[in-house]
Ligand binder design. Structure first.
Ligand code: HEM
Length: 82
């Protein structure tokens, strides 16, 4: 499998709405979570707080994300690395 592309933080930041797509980062991973938005158990609007940026601070606050199942769910949306 081909290595994932490197994506610049500015490119992530530009993807902060449904029209362009909703990208987030977690550690050095970049994820396109547009299709997950409406499935988020915490609601689309909460996920949108992190649109175009890092989810790390939010996940530090909402520790229910700290589970392997959720990390692998997120990994399924990976499109690249910072
Ligand atoms: C719940 C995934 C981003 C706030 C959940 C749950 C999942 C999930 C799977 C259910 C957890 C459980 O019940 O065991 C994700 C993913 C995210 C993301 C994949 C990023 C792509 C965020 C962000 C916030 C947030 C950025 C806050 C700003 C919450 C809250 C709940 C929750 C408050 C609890 C909802 C409830 O039980 O009523 N998330 N989340 N999440 N998430 Fe997220």
């Amino acid at each position: 499998k081909a290595p994932l592309p490197e994506i610049h933080a500015e490119d992530v930041a530009a993807h902060n709405n449904k029209e362009r797509g909703v990208w987030v980062t977690y550690k050095d991973g970049v994820y396109d979570v547009t299709d997950f938005l409406e499935m988020h158990p915490g609601g689309a609007s909460r996920l949108m707080l992190a649109a175009g940026g890092a989810i790390d601070p939010f996940w530090a606050m909402y520790q229910q994300h700290n589970q392997e199942e959720i990390k692998s769910l997120l990994e399924g949306y990976r499109i690249g690395s910072l």
